[in-house]
Design a protein around this ligand. Structure first.
Ligand SMILES: Nc1ncnc2c1ncn2[C@@H]1O[C@H](COP(=O)(O)OP(=O)(O)O)[C@@H](O)[C@H]1O
Ligand SMILES: [Mg+2]
Length: 353
């Protein structure tokens, strides 16, 4: 069961603070959408207005076309999971999961069935008699998820639910959350400030910055075609090449950017506009090494850092700017060497803001 979610001009002010600028977005039924952004960018505010815990200053929220802006939280068909598990310490696992269902006056039999199903889903059936303090952090978070899933909400909101777990457990729980999303089929809106988590989990990412949406798209859209410098910098490692446009394009008609004594072709689809300086995004894995003077620009190798699966190479260009390349493990150039740098122009993106 899933529902389509819509925010229309949704706004929140606290006195003079704008926690969320007027924001409109749609989450499709069954979609996994992640709100990603730095601390203070408005993610929790947006999520809490969807849940009904915070009243908007303006705008409205629709679920499957129904205006729920003034509907109380418990009647929106929405479930919420927070970073702090907020389990009742004096209640067993079973009673914690059953609590919301009993509040909803479900029959004994329905409660039993739903609690068993939810505990099974998070693989915690054998812990039903324990108390929260007898569980690890990861297990407590599973119970918090089961408690939310038990009444089968059609929209599930998760606010940094894995934030308190260590890295290894977090990665394991990410895989679990992916599985649970598929099994439940509900619409998920997930908040995180962790770009890797957002890239792995999401159908689409809504990148937030400064109380507004910076860009919304699939993980590949945001990685391959970031719209702004902020988006380029927040997701993945970005090399930024700055320069002026050459007066004459190259032989094949591609516009040329002049950077550090080199002539760098822009993808023909790029629309540079009139600005004096332009910024081109080049991801580390797109860079290739050739003989000096055979690439678009030469670079000097400052450092080579071995990462097991690949190698990161720090380079500086003649104008002092720095680049990172990510290469296969075996590498013939050494620290101090000058190399030519080349890449497929279509793997670069001209940034516009
Ligand atoms: N209850 C509140 N009172 C005043 N300001 C708030 C309140 N809640 C959030 N804010 C402000 O709104 C902005 C966005 O906060 P929040 O939505 O919590 O960001 P995020 O979840 O992305 O870290 C911040 O500047 C924060 O200080
Ligand atoms: Mg938050």
């Amino acid at each position: 069961m899933s529902a389509k979610l819509e925010a229309i001009g949704l706004t929140k002010r606290y006195g003079d603070t704008v926690a969320l600028e007027p924001t409109s977005m749609t989450v499709q039924a069954g979609e996994f959408l992640t709100l990603l952004g730095p601390s203070g960018s408005g993610k929790t505010t947006l999520l809490q207005m969807i849940s009904g815990l915070v009243a908007p200053s303006a705008g409205r929220i629709e679920i499957d076309g129904r205006d729920v802006t003034h509907v109380e939280p418990g009647k929106r068909g929405i479930g919420m999971v927070f970073q702090s598990y907020a389990l009742f310490p004096h209640m067993s696992v079973w009673d914690n999961v059953a609590y919301g269902l009993r509040m909803r006056r479900k029959s004994r039999e329905d409660v039993r069935e739903a609690v068993e199903g939810a505990l099974e889903m998070v693989r915690m059936s054998e812990y039903k008699g324990r108390f929260p303090k007898e569980l690890s952090g990861g297990q407590q978070q599973r119970i918090a998820l089961a408690r939310c899933f038990a009444y089968r909400p059609s929209v599930i909101l998760l606010d940094e639910p894995l934030g308190a777990l260590d890295k290894k457990l977090r990665e394991h729980m990410q895989a679990e959350i992916r599985r649970l999303h598929k099994e439940l089929g509900a619409t998920f809106v997930y908040v995180t400030h962790d770009q890797d988590e957002a890239l792995t989990l999401s159908d689409r990412i809504c990148l937030m910055n400064d109380a507004r949406i910076e860009q919304i798209g699939t993980p590949a859209d945001l990685y391959d075609r970031p719209a702004t410098r902020f988006a380029a910098g927040f997701i993945g490692h970005s090399n930024l090449l700055e320069g002026a446009l050459a007066d004459t394009p190259d032989a094949s008609g591609e516009p040329i950017l002049l950077v550090a004594g080199g002539r760098i072709p822009l993808p023909r689809t790029a629309k540079p506009g009139q600005a004096a300086r332009h910024t081109l995004l080049l991801r580390p894995e797109a860079l290739e090494f050739v003989e000096p003077k055979r690439g678009f620009v030469d670079g000097r190798i400052d450092d080579i850092v071995f990462f097991g699966s690949d190698t990161h190479v720090q380079l500086s260009l003649p104008d002092g700017s720095e680049l990172t390349a990510r290469c296969a493990r075996t590498l013939s150039p050494r620290i101090g060497d000058t190399v030519g740098l080349t890449w497929d122009p279509y793997r670069t993106t001209l940034l516009h803001a």
